[in-house]
Each structure stands twice: as C-alpha cells, then as structure tokens.
Design a protein around this ligand. Structure first.
Ligand code: LRH
Ligand code: MN
Length: 400
C-alpha cells in the first residue's frame, strides 16, 4: 500500500458520542434495547469495544448533564485505561423548564445568566477532562412570527457566545453548531452556516463552525459549505449522521454515500492546499458522530458508522488530484467529474483489510464484533432498561 495512503488512513480519527450508546428514540417512542449502556461508565466500555475493533475511534464526546460525574479526573482515568480519551464537551441548555423561550437569547436576563453559567461550568469540565472542544448546540428559537424581536435575540446570542469564548482556556475552541429548525418551528437563532460563521468572526479566533449533516434544508450542497468554511479557516468540526427527511440522525453514509464522499473530497483537497490557513484548518477538523440508534443494536451501529467514514475517506484519498486539476483547468467538465466518480466507485474494502492486517486489527470488524459475543454479554450483564420518551400512553394521559 502506498505509504502516504497508509499514513493518512492510520491518522484518521472519528469521535463517538456517549449518547449514541444509550437508549434513544423519537417523540413517539424510545424502545428499550437489551444491554444498552445505562451510564457514562458503560458508554465508555462500549466505546472501547468500537476502538478495539477499528483503532481510529479513541475519542468520546460527553453531554452535560447527561454524563455528569462527581470526579471528571476519575472519568479521564477510566477512559485512558481503556485506550480512550474524553473528547468534545457538549453543554445542554435545551431541557430545563426555564429555557422554554430560549437560553442565552431568552428575553429574561436571569434565564440568560443561568444558561451562561452552565456554559461556563462546561468550560471548567473541559479543564478537568483535558478536552480541546466545547461543542455548542443551542435549541434557541421561536414558534410564531412576532413572538420575539429577532434582532434583539441575535444580539443576546452574540453576547452569550462572546462571554463563553473569552473564558476558554488557551488551545481550546468553541464549535458553534447551527440547525435549520426543531425544536423551534418559526425561527431558530443559529439557523444556518452563515449565521454561525458571522457570530464566529465577531466573537473571536477560538470560535469555529460545526456542520451537522442533518441540520440543513433539503437540497443544500453541504460539501460547498465545507469548502467555503475550510477556505475561511472557520471549519471546526462535523456531526456525522445521515438523513432523508429532516434531522433523522441515522447511520452516516447510509442515505447519501456520494455526499459523504464529496465532503471528504473537499477535506482531502483542503489538507493538500498550498494555503496555510486552509491546510491547518483541514488538519484540525474534529470528526464526530452524532446519531441516535432507535432500532439498531447500539454498538454495532456505532461500529458501522466509523467504518462508513473510513471507507468514504479512503475513497477520497484515491482521487487523482493532478488529473482532476488538469481537467478542471482545461474546462473538461465530464472528465473532471469522472475523476471523482472513479475514486468513489473504487472498492476500498481490500485496501482497508490490508491496513487492518498491518495494524494487527481484525480484518472484518463487524464479524469480529458479532463473533465476540460482546452484545450478548452486555445484554446479560446490564439487562434491559425501560425505554422512555414519547407521548404518555393513552390511559395514563386519561384519554378515554
Ligand atoms: C441537535 C444535536 C446536537 C446535540 C443533540 C444530541 O439536533 O444535533 O448536536 O446536542 O443533537
Ligand atoms: Mn449535532
């Protein structure tokens, strides 16, 4: 295998989300999965299984307070004992009653202070876990025209983000995640890449944009947003998942594998750029998965997700960049397009088996996971925790 290819594939890193290992669902139902992780310790055990089988997923993102513990240094030790490290810290200012009308954008100053205090608490958690990234998604928005002053909310947002930005330790970053809608259904305060980007420019160098693949309107060209933000030096990271309709949070690469390939193609192009800012930005992108596995076995779903990212990256690395540039420069539209589709259509699985062989990893991680009996063992040890979520069943809701 060509040395550069081997080096690039060995250096690939995909961070898995703690919340992807636990029970999760929709507003209709959360089905209880046998052996689903019940707390952060079991979520780290499951992440260790994914890392054992892939070698490219040592980072685990936390969500606070879902993963809150007394002693984060104990959590850090528990993770490193399993070949893992604690990755991005995700605050949560979207579940407390006070946040109905917003968190840092709330008309009520006391609520804004409460939200900012939680975000600053998460900065303290970063210091204890040694995390580089504070990953911020804010559900803030409105449901009806006139409900609140949209420009006033924009200014409150910027002030809140600025306060947190300025509290970040050196070498830390805040990743600003945008989303078109849900749970707000009229206006979301961080509604698209442009809103996130302009806030990042205004609040400081440590602020970068996070692209969640499920947070765009239908038909949006996500790889173009990626190329733009890379070239601006403001692409901080991804929440990888897949969707057909809205924020479906399905396994990455399952609904539109060509889109995932094109995103990786822009990242490989950025990493090979002669422009220092673009190249450094590409080399510092945080690749994170953000999914909810409502019907799939959680660990195998996460494993499949990491492998889908590995395959998309491997194919993007096979793009003949000189041939592509030549065709682009002479305006040979279809020849240029075929350079990309030839790489996309190449079967990278033999190459990845060779890579795993060289790294002493199982050649077929899914088969190795199934043969390991891991799922049956944790189902036996952990049992089945009652699912939740969804509308109260008719009786309890007193609906006759
Ligand atoms: C919001 C989101 C955000 C997370 C949540 C679990 O839709 O993508 O990144 O906090 O999912
Ligand atoms: Mn997300």
């Amino acid at each position: 295998m060509n040395a550069d290819l081997l080096t690039a594939l060995q250096a690939q890193r995909i961070e898995t989300p703690s919340w992807g290992y636990g029970n999760s669902g929709t507003r209709f139902k959360t089905f209880a999965a046998p052996g689903a992780a019940r707390d952060i310790w079991e979520k780290l055990d499951d992440a260790a299984e994914v890392q054992r089988l892939t070698g490219i997923a040592p980072g685990v993102a936390l969500h606070i307070p879902w993963d809150e513990v007394e002693d984060y240094s104990k959590l850090k030790t528990y993770a490193s004992a399993r070949g893992l490290h604690i990755g991005a810290i995700n605050p949560n200012v979207f579940q407390d009653e006070e946040y109905k009308l917003g968190s840092v954008t709330n008309p009520d100053e006391a609520v804004r202070e409460q939200a900012t205090a939680h975000l600053l608490d998460c900065v303290e958690v970063m210091k204890q876990t040694g995390s580089r990234d504070l990953s911020l998604w804010l559900a803030d928005g409105t449901n009806y025209a006139g409900q609140d002053d949209l420009r006033a909310r924009k200014r409150r947002m910027r002030a809140g983000l600025k306060t947190v930005h300025d509290a970040l330790p050196d070498n830390a970053r805040m990743l600003v995640e945008y989303k078109l809608f849900e749970p707000a259904f009229y206006a979301t305060d961080l509604f698209d890449w442009g809103a996130a980007y302009s806030h990042c420019l205004a609040i400081g160098e440590k602020a970068q944009v996070l692209v969640d693949l499920g947070h765009h309107a239908q038909g949006v060209n996500i790889e173009q947003i990626v190329a733009f933000l890379l070239d601006e030096g403001r692409l901080g990271g991804f929440h990888f998942n897949a969707r057909r309709y809205a924020d479906d949070d399905l396994i990455v690469g399952t609904t539109n594998p060509f889109e995932l390939f094109c995103i990786y193609a822009e990242l490989v192009s950025g990493a090979n750029s002669a422009d220092d800012v673009t190249r450094r930005t590409a080399q510092n992108v945080a690749y994170m998965i953000d999914q909810s596995h409502n019907i799939e076995p959680k660990v195998e779903a996460m494993l499949q997700s990491v492998l889908n990212c590995q395959e998309a990256y491997a194919a993007a690395l096979l793009i003949d960049r000189d041939l592509l540039r030549e065709a682009q420069e002479r305006g040979d539209v279809l020849a240029a397009h075929r350079v990309l589709t030839d790489a996309f259509k190449s079967d990278v699985r033999p190459l990845l088996r060779e890579l795993r062989g060289e790294l002493g990893l199982p050649l077929d991680p899914i088969k190795a996971h199934r043969d390991s009996g891991y799922q049956a063992r944790v189902a036996d040890e952990r049992g089945t925790q009652t699912g939740g979520g969804g509308y109260p069943v008719r009786e309890k809701a007193g609906i006759v």
